[in-house]
Write a protein that binds this ligand. Structure first.
Ligand code: NAD
Length: 174
């Protein structure tokens, strides 16, 4: 049997995944900070799942969580748009600041950590970070002002990314 890490296992999606996996006799570890998760959700997997409690944006916690695991089902997130409007600093930390630790060159270029694309455009190197901190990313803007979470309740349809059936194609940052 495999060893599975379910991050955000005290949340809605993660707790159901953990329950399904322990039901199949798999070895499950849940990692959650309980920033929005609920301890009652852990009852689904019962005492058959190990718990790592802590903030996965902390590299030490993340390393402890993944140690010895075969698979990671990454569901830890702060997905609520209203919450990100009420408390932008916490969501930005999860969505922008935590990404600064990424080793992915595309993410690093996008955030202005490597190369000087911003400066070549006449902007600060961290212009994308500043924009996301202030108003969120494009998808969040659409949701908030036009999308299903707004009074207009419009579907993304052709406005979506090409990878999701729409027309938006973002050229690589290089
Ligand atoms: N619920 C849905 O219908 C739905 C639909 C599509 C996609 N999703 C996606 O699935 C993912 C999980 O959604 P959900 O509805 O289960 O959310 P949720 O808020 O119920 O659960 C998220 C869990 O992550 C934990 N968490 C957040 N930040 C953390 C951190 N830094 N360290 C450790 N734990 C942390 C929270 O405490 C919470 O238990 C999100 O990416 C969401 O966008 C959800």
């Amino acid at each position: 049997m495999a060893r599975w890490l379910v991050t955000g296992g005290a949340g809605f999606i993660g707790s159901h995944l953990a329950e399904a996996l322990v039901g199949k006799g798999e070895t499950v570890r849940i990692a959650d900070s309980f920033i929005t998760g609920n301890r009652r959700n852990l009852a689904a997997a019962g005492d058959r799942a190990e718990l790592v409690e802590g903030d996965l944006a902390d590299p030490a916690v993340a390393a402890r969580a993944v140690a010895g695991m075969d698979y990671v089902l990454h569901q830890a997130a702060i997905p609520s748009v209203p919450r990100s409007v009420k408390d932008p600093a916490t969501s930005n930390r999860a969505n922008v600041d935590a990404m600064k630790a990424s080793g992915n060159p595309e993410v690093r270029r996008f955030l202005g950590l490597d190369m000087d694309l911003g400066r070549r455009l006449g902007l600060n190197a961290d212009w994308t970070q500043c924009a996301i901190r202030k108003v969120g990313n494009y998808g969040e803007l659409f949701e908030r002002h036009l999308g299903l979470k707004s009074p207009l309740k419009l579907e993304r349809q052709l406005n979506n990314l090409a990878s999701h059936g729409g027309l938006h194609y973002a050229p690589a940052f290089r």
